[in-house]
Ligand binder design. Sequence first.
Ligand SMILES: [Zn+2]
Length: 301
Amino acid sequence: MIEITFLGTISGIPSKERNHPAIVLEYYGKRKDTLLFDCGEGTQKQLMFSGISFMDIDRIFITHWHADHFAGLIGLIQTMSLEGRRKKLKIFGPEAEKFVSNIVDLGYFGLRFPVEAINVRFEGSEINLVEEEKDWQVFSIPVLHTVPAVAYCFKEKDRWKINTKKLRELKLKRGRWLEEIKKFGVVKYKGKEIRIEEIASLKKGLKVVYSGDTLPCDNIIKISENSDLLIHDATFLEEEEGKAHADVKQAAKIAKKANVKQLILTHISRRYQIPEELEKEAKKIFPSTKVAYDFMKIKLK
Ligand SMILES: [Zn+2]
């Protein structure tokens, strides 16, 4: 199960109702992992309001180094240190090594835990694996913004579910061979070859994509293909030509082209007091659309 919490949903200038971008993804597998995507100013306070513990965050994925997406790192790192954190914090992003070392050198933090910066590729059209755990992976792809920027994809790994009825039918006993067959796809059982398809069905892992800030581009469509949820930047109802963001209709078209199940628009300009009008426009192109608001939660199963 995945739970997503929007901590900030506005674009460049915050409002009373909306904070700068930050999205928490909590993955409930054999163990729980808490990932943070972007960390705008005030993210630590938003975490407190949401009840999510910032000490659980071991990985932060920055889409690009505009202040609305990273200024919260300073306060968050400081608080983690004051709270006695010892375990490592990983920060991913384009040119992360350069910017993270700048941030850590900015004041007298007295850091008592290691901060590892991991550079993410921001050129080309490849989907890059940037982080991996037993049950999930995070990928990135370069997107089209005014500065080096990437989109991220959280992908739960596909897994085989053993069909116990089939085991009974074939008179097969449970055992360690079931782990082997999941790994290799085929095993010898009492001299007989058994293929995984005969006794199990493949459960597709959940897929969530976050665009960060981008103009429409082929890369965002590529990484979003068939995802369960696409969280896309949609600053304006209609983007003036030559700017830096996808508008509502463009984001909806991307969701449609990429054949995603659900679209959530975020990074909304403060100009829109009633975001329902954005939702209405997007739905004309892609019906399964919502506009994000601060502390909105989405569960995926
Ligand atoms: Zn932004």
